[in-house]
Design a protein around this ligand. Structure first.
Ligand SMILES: Cc1ncc(COP(=O)(O)O)c(C=O)c1O
Length: 423
């Protein structure tokens, strides 16, 4: 037996011992090795069935679906929020599904930005761009110059943001800190508790974009006292392309009028009185805007069953860490030409690994041709995501093995210039 064969054998043994291995069969994995679940999670049988059920109810009940569907559509956003509460460590009424992540940033930053509390908003220079676009737009709409108001913490290494740089940026001029839980490129996991505490000590509010952690990293937002958070469900929660997003608002802010108010956020008791003045629901539900899009919410209901059957997000996190540990070890051992751009300490790592190589764009393209779905992030990152609900240790071994072949063969040299994807 060669060294490679015995290493592969050991990976297979780990799969045999994996308590989540049975979940893989519930997913449709059209590609050989799907390592892109942090961009778009795959369809599960559960999500498909939930969507089918919503379509059947639409066919059979039409308008009566709002009250007679099971579950009813009228409170669909609140009910799904309740199901998500344990994932983010919040009370059920502090979470709702609504809108898109970008829209939720607009409404939450727009609501909670108060120059009287402090004119500056702390962000960082490695954020996902849409966060900055939305924050800047909200500042402009208030007559504030974003270039004055944004305090952008700069990365020292182009990969990560130093914790002390964030803490140093928070002073009495700051009214809000808005940061990601996990950086979309390097996969660095931020210390939400410490950042929230620093924000509160300075009299500021703390908000987070959890797009790259929800469903794979457990959160305790309420215990940490986080003021608000947003996230999407199409990554680790596998709810489908453009699925409805989620948000959290701490109960101490209930009753505030959202920047983007709409009738679906009105108190449900009085909504159909059709008054022309808005009365916010006494819950995070107030941040819904228009009618809940049932067909983009239904798959989430099924997708959450898979995570429940896994035993919850803490169990998923354990496997995710084991997979990313394994991936990092293999890159160190077998790919000396590559660097790991993701923090190595478990407490600072989300669910994906940034494998860096100067030819990352073209390597990603060849990987895709060879059945390994990853994405490329400029300038030099092959983003590899072994999402825990359906990825095997064996898959991780094969990804590194194919990378080894591609680099040995210099197979990327025949590929034209590539551009990165979007999410
Ligand atoms: C951190 C982060 N925020 C927001 C988004 C996108 O938001 P939306 O769903 O509104 O397009 C992404 C997309 O990948 C993301 O990574």
């Amino acid at each position: 037996m060669t060294a490679d064969e015995s290493a592969l054998g050991r990976a297979r043994e780990r799969d045999d011992e994996d308590p989540l291995s049975h979940l893989r069969d519930r997913f449709f994995l059209p590609d050989d090795l799907y390592m892109d679940g942090n961009s778009l999670g795959p369809l599960s049988e559960d999500a498909e069935a939930a969507l089918d059920r919503a379509v059947e109810e639409w066919r059979d009940l039409a308008i009566r679906g709002w009250t007679d569907a099971d579950p009813d559509w009228f409170t669909y956003g609140e009910r799904l929020g309740g199901r998500l509460a344990s994932l983010v460590g919040a009370r059920e009424d502090e979470v709702v599904v609504a809108n898109s992540t970008t829209v939720n940033i607009h409404t939450l930053v727009g609501t909670f930005y108060d120059p009287e509390r402090g004119p500056k908003i702390v962000v960082d220079d490695l954020d996902f761009p849409t966060d900055h676009y939305a924050i800047r737009a909200q500042l402009r709409s208030r007559g504030v110059d974003p270039d004055d108001a944004l305090r952008i913490v700069e990365s020292r290494d182009g990969r990560t943001i130093a914790r002390e740089d964030v803490l140093d940026a928070v002073d009495d001029d700051v009214g809000m800190v808005f940061l990601p839980s996990v950086l979309y490129r390097s996969g660095q996991l931020f210390d939400i508790e410490a950042i929230t505490e620093a924000a509160h000590d300075a009299g500021a509010l703390a908000g987070f974009d959890l797009a790259h952690s929800v469903g794979v990293v457990p959160h305790q937002l309420a215990d940490a006292g986080v003021d608000f958070a947003v996230w999407c469900h199409y990554k680790y929660l596998n709810a489908g392309p453009g699925a409805i997003a989620g948000l959290y608002v701490n109960e101490r802010h209930f009753g505030v009028t959202p920047a983007l108010a709409g009738w679906w956020g009105n108190d449900k008791e009085t909504m159909f009185e059709m008054r022309l003045t808005y009365e916010p629901a006494a819950s995070a539900g107030a941040f819904q805007i228009g009618t809940v899009p049932i067909l983009s919410a239904a798959p989430l209901d099924g997708a959450l069953d898979v995570l429940d059957d896994a035993g919850g997000v803490a169990v998923a996190r354990e496997k995710s860490l084991a997979l990313t540990d394994y991936l990092i070890d293999l890159v160190d051992e077998r790919l000396p030409e590559c660097e790991v751009g993701t923090p190595r300490t478990r407490e600072e790592r989300g669910g994906h690994v940034a494998v860096e190589h100067p030819e990352a764009a073209r390597i990603s393209e060849v990987l895709r041709e060879r059945g390994v779905v990853v994405d490329y992030r400029p300038p030099n990152v092959v983003r590899v995501c072994p999402a825990p609900l359906y990825t095997r240790f064996e898959d991780v071994w094969h990804v590194v093995d194919r990378l080894r072949d591609i680099i040995d063969e210099r197979a990327y040299e025949r590929v034209g210039d590539q551009r990165g994807g979007v999410t």
